[in-house]
Design a protein around this ligand. Structure first.
Ligand SMILES: [Zn+2]
Length: 143
């Protein structure tokens, strides 16, 4: 069965399978950790329980799966072909909640960013974005 796929198709398929088995949040955490950042997880006292929190920097990230959070313009964020009314409603509710959580934490004085699942696939670009958002990793890393 695999012999009818081109190498490009096969690697695309493998990427999809990997994506389904590894949570984007874990990948972002691993990446940040490797870059020397230290952070807190799922602060329950903050709206929406942000996934990754940098208390000293007053910065936090929500890591969103493209399907459930309906990433607009993203291949993964498309509307399923069946039960479209159900999904439209579901995604509208999810997006509304995401927007409310985001504006609530911003109101509380946090610099909040959304990191999308599809961004995790380009590790180099994501590392650059994270470094730009966070600045240097901080005191405990040797200079
Ligand atoms: Zn996406």
């Amino acid at each position: 069965m695999t012999d009818i796929m081109t190498p490009a198709q096969r690697s695309a398929r493998m990427a999809l399978i990997r994506g389904a088995n590894t949570k984007p949040e874990l990948q972002v955490r691993r990446l940040l950790h490797g870059m020397g950042y230290r952070f807190r997880l799922h602060r329950r006292d903050l709206p929406g329980r942000p996934d990754i929190v940098f208390p000293a920097r007053r910065k936090l990230f929500f890591v969103h799966g493209c399907f459930w959070h309906h990433h607009e313009g993203c291949r993964v964020g498309h509307l399923p072909k069946t039960r479209q009314d159900y999904w439209k409603q579901k995604f509208a509710t999810n997006k509304e909640r995401d927007a409310r959580n985001l504006s609530d934490v911003i109101t509380l004085g946090w610099d909040a960013q959304v990191i999308w699942e599809c961004e995790v696939k380009d590790v180099a670009a994501l590392s650059d974005r994270l470094r730009a958002l966070l600045g240097p990793p901080g005191g405990r890393v040797k200079k």
